[in-house]
Design a binder for this molecule. Structure first.
Ligand code: PEP
Length: 256
């Protein structure tokens, strides 16, 4: 039995618009899920989305957050602003932000601290690239990302999530097998014990992301240390995303 409530997050990246918002939200109206479900649209749509959410359990996440509180930082959006807009969680350190926008582990640490300060749930994204996996450096890379992004944070009365997103699996159609994902999630949980302590590591949800579809979601979700999914491409199809959420809810119900 899993004590952690499953979480399914849609990452729309630089996609979507009012049409997608309407069709996605419509498919969730009036439905109950034994899982926490969130959509991360582009910033500009957060407020639009919020107005549609009164009749659904959906939450809104952001794809990024500034490490700064306020000031002369053109183009940035702070944790406080996101909170005020109704956001519940924020992705931090997505591999696209790391590789294309130079986001470092230190920046992730600062962003997580800001998110926690403003009662947003940080979702730290970590993962190795193909070369690192082939060179058997996966554990070393993940441990470094976890340690440098998390060590020293005070989680008293707060929580965070970790999303394991192997870069070789993102947008490639080559998802990690449930066995590989489980093995890696177990390693991440053990590393979290070293970063924090056993009790804290047990309550941190570890999500898997990378080419999740409605067809492979169930096999991933039944793994012991997989507490949810971060879904990119498949979340742009409202029917597929709903099916993934329904799988998560049913599995949670069966397990309890
Ligand atoms: C992502 O980029 O967060 C992601 C999981 O993408 P995809 O599902 O398309 O691989």
């Amino acid at each position: 039995m899993k004590t952690r409530k499953p979480m399914i997050i849609a990452n729309w990246k630089l996609n979507g618009g009012l049409d997608l918002i309407c069709t996605s939200v419509a498919s969730f109206i009036g439905k109950h899920f034994d899982a926490q479900i969130a959509i991360c649209p582009p910033y500009i749509y957060i407020r639009d989305m919020m107005t549609f959410l009164q009749y659904s359990e959906l939450q809104i996440g952001s794809q990024n957050v500034s490490k700064y509180e306020s000031g002369a930082y053109t183009g940035e959006t702070s944790a406080q602003m996101l909170k005020e807009a109704g956001v519940s969680l924020c992705l931090i350190g997505h591999s696209e932000r790391r590789t294309m926008f130079g986001e470092t582990n230190q920046a992730c640490f600062n962003k997580i601290a800001r998110a926690l300060q403003h009662e947003l749930l940080p979702v730290l994204c970590i993962g190795e690239n193909r070369e690192e996996r082939e060179q058997k450096k996966t554990q070393e890379i993940l441990r470094q990302q976890l340690t440098e992004s998390l060590k020293g944070l005070d989680l008293t009365g707060k929580n965070l999530c970790v999303a394991y997103e192997p870069i070789w699996a993102i947008g490639t159609g080559l998802a990690a097998t449930p066995e590989v994902a489980q093995e890696t999630h177990q390693f991440i949980r053990e590393a979290l014990v070293d970063v924090f302590d056993l009790i804290t590591a047990q309550r941190i949800r570890i999500l898997y992301g990378g080419s999740v579809t409605k067809n492979n979601a169930q096999d991933l979700l039944i793994q012991k240390d997989i507490d949810g999914l971060l879904v990119g491409g498949a979340s742009l199809d409202p029917g597929h995303f709903l099916t993934i959420c329904e799988h998560a809810s049913r599995i949670a119900k069966e397990e309890n």
